[in-house]
Design a protein around this ligand. Structure first.
Ligand code: 5AD
Ligand code: FES
Length: 361
């Protein structure tokens, strides 16, 4: 059954919701390998065996939102809050540029006040100027007004990441407080597209109550809104969150299962969306040390090495066991470069690595 679906995928035929859900339900080791091989075959054809590095700067854990799954939710009083100043953010972006990364990602908790908006606007402008526009600037700063998105775009940002988290309305409502709305999130994604960004979104997989059909719908949603980039990762409980307290910490068995689901989602997303950029989320590595390389071998082509100053890293724990919190930026560069070579791929140093899909639109 699954070999028929994979043969269709290789012929670049469209897959139905049921076929996508069938692929996501694979558990047999040989069938799993065939799924991953098919995704890798399509990855090679559409985007090549090159892993692009996006240096991620986690510039603040202050957040006005209270998502039930996230370690930096505003009600978590066990977090020491921090906000980098403009110079610190700038310095880390320049470090990424000098380390020959094609782009940087500025990420933080959500804030919608003018002080923060204008600080980001200024620092984006400074990075653009200092790197002569050669370093791609991606933002991952949550829901904002279209005007704010446009200001940051004008300052020099070219990509934006905003996960939809799940497209199942019941699960969405269960994992977020009432001030969240999926409609607002979708409207933000539409505003980002209108503003001219390369738009990235994604989901968490392995959420309580989530089925393979839900995840198949998520993939079809990514296709429907014609996304350029996908960042998605396994849900991992955080002990200081309401959801994390309801779920026992992952056993080794559960970690394996969560990793496998994460890899299957990457593979099937590559098969269905083909010429987009897909990140091997850092969360994969929280489940197994080689999780991110495995992500590349299943169809991902982007890795986001942390370029945040080590002192801040332990304060940006969205989930438990986040890797690389004791390491510094050069250690992650060396470590990841070696691991990528080890799987027979090259790193796209000094290349922006835009998704071919963006230019075909
Ligand atoms: N497990 C996995 N991913 C998480 N995120 C937040 N909390 C968790 C968690 N406990 C993800 C969300 C968010 C991104 C920045 O981090 O998907 O969009
Ligand atoms: Fe950070 Fe290996 S990637 S230490």
């Amino acid at each position: 059954m699954t070999d028929v679906i994979l043969a269709k995928a290789k012929r670049k035929e469209e897959l139905s919701l049921e076929e996508i859900a069938t692929l996501l339900s694979i558990t047999d080791p040989d069938e799993l390998q065939a799924l991953y091989d098919c995704a890798y075959f399509l990855k090679e054809q559409y985007v090549g065996k090159i892993a692009y590095f996006r240096g991620i700067i986690e510039c603040s854990n202050l957040c006005m939102k209270d998502c039930y799954y996230c370690g930096i939710r505003k009600s978590n009083t066990n977090v020491e809050r921090f906000l980098m100043n403009e110079d610190e953010i700038f310095k880390e972006a320049v470090w990424a540029f000098e380390a020959e990364y094609g782009s940087c990602v500025i990420q933080s908790g959500e804030r919608q006040d003018e002080v923060y908006i204008s600080m980001i606007e200024r620092v984006v402008g400074r990075i653009k100027e200092a790197t002569k526009g050669e370093l791609g600037i991606t933002l991952s700063l949550g829901e904002q007004t279209e005007e704010t998105y446009a200001r940051w775009k004008k300052a020099g940002a070219s990509r934006y990441l905003l996960r939809i988290e799940t497209t199942n309305p019941e699960i969405y409502a269960r994992i977020h407080p009432a001030d969240h709305s999926m409609e607002v999130r979708k409207e933000c994604l539409a505003a980002l597209r209108r503003t001219g960004y390369q738009v990235g979104t994604g989901v968490m997989m392995g959420l309580p109550g989530q089925t393979m059909e839900d995840l198949a719908n998520d993939i079809l949603f990514l296709k429907e809104i014609d996304i350029d980039m996908v960042g998605m990762g396994p849900y991992i409980p955080h002990g200081d969150t309401p959801m994390g307290q309801e779920i026992p910490a992952y056993t080794d068995e559960k970690k394996k299962e969560a990793l496998q689901l994460g890899l299957k989602m990457i593979a099937v997303t590559r098969i269905v969306l083909r010429d987009i950029n897909i990140a091997a989320a850092t969360a994969l590595q929280a489940l197994e040390y080689t999780g991110r390389e495995q992500g590349l071998l299943c169809g991902a082509n982007v890795i986001m090495p942390n370029v945040t100053e080590t002192d801040y890293r332990s304060k940006y724990q969205l989930y438990d066991n986040k890797p690389c919190t004791d390491e510094n930026s050069s250690m992650c560069r060396g470590c990841l470069s070696g691991r990528i070579k080890g799987i027979g791929e090259t790193v796209g140093f000094n290349e922006r690595g835009d998704a071919p899909h963006f230019y075909k639109r």
